[in-house]
Design a protein around this ligand. Structure first.
Ligand code: GLU
Length: 267
């Protein structure tokens, strides 16, 4: 199949995991940007109203927490980051709840650590809760439980978390929304770099592209790691710029947006 055909298949998606990065939710100073959050909520509400289930994996807690206490905490040691996450998570969920309520949707907060995926009983409980929330019509909003999970903060890894959620929930698609247009062959700010729109295998060359300079917590390396997890699980993934108008709907309708990663066994 060629890229276009793979992209058309995305219109069959019934359950989508959407991961959004911190910079896609905040302004330059780090404060939550309600306009950006409203745009995202509009897009998710639109999918929900079309009968497509969405699980949102949202970053942004640490950045919002830091902005609120006016950057008084300069140090980035682990307890500071964890405290900032605890402060910012409330702001984040407050914004999602209010904005989604105006769109007549209910949100639910889930905070996870890696251990929740490793322990079978906890994983089963998690999947049961997620499925029940979806059956209630609610929108689960997941973040790392940063106050107890040290590694996740260090490696900035909501990308991997979203891939694990997509894998275990057997989602039809993972969309990673970021402040870049996708995977580039070089530094995204360099005019000579090319946007790679289609990846069917994580080759050493693709891994090399991921080493380029990207902003954000995990940059591109963790996104490629996420792609590997979902590709193995038979799930496609798209990295796209969160600022594109109607980005989620357009991805699902097969438009050539961002970088699509195609699973080994086909969609
Ligand atoms: N969990 C972190 C936060 O909400 C972000 C980590 C990430 O973006 O991967 O601030």
């Amino acid at each position: 199949m060629i890229e276009e055909e793979y992209r058309k298949e995305l219109s069959k998606s019934k359950l989508i995991v959407v991961k959004v990065g911190s910079t896609s939710l905040s302004d330059k100073e780090g404060f939550l940007d309600l306009k950006k959050i409203e745009k995202l909520c509009d897009e998710i509400a639109n999918l929900k109203n079309k009968g497509i289930d969405v699980i949102l994996v949202s970053s942004g807690a640490i950045r919002a927490g830091r902005a609120l206490i006016k950057n008084k905490i300069k140090s980035s040691n682990m307890p500071s980051l964890q405290a900032l996450a605890a402060i910012g998570q409330v702001l984040l969920m407050e914004a999602y709840r209010k904005i989604m309520e105006q769109r007549r949707h209910i949100v639910a907060q889930i905070l996870l650590t890696w251990d929740d995926f490793k322990n079978k009983r906890r994983l089963r409980n998690l999947l049961n809760t997620l499925n029940t929330l979806l059956s209630f019509g609610a929108i689960p909003i997941i973040n790392e439980n940063d106050t107890v999970a040290v590694d996740e903060i260090k490696f900035g890894d909501n990308d991997t978390l979203s891939a694990l959620v997509a894998k275990y929930m057997q989602a039809d698609l993972l969309v990673i929304l970021s402040d870049v247009d996708g995977l580039y062959s070089g530094d995204p700010n360099d005019k000579n770099s090319k946007l790679i729109t289609f990846v069917s295998e994580i080759t050493p060359e693709i891994e090399k592209y991921a080493q380029n300079k990207y902003e954000g917590f995990g940059g591109m390396i963790t996104k490629i790691k996420a792609a590997k997890i979902v590709m193995e699980a038979g799930i496609p993934m798209v990295i796209a710029n969160s600022s594109i108008d109607n980005v989620l709907e357009r991805i699902i309708s097969g438009e050539k947006i961002g970088t699509i990663f195609i699973p080994k066994v086909g969609i």
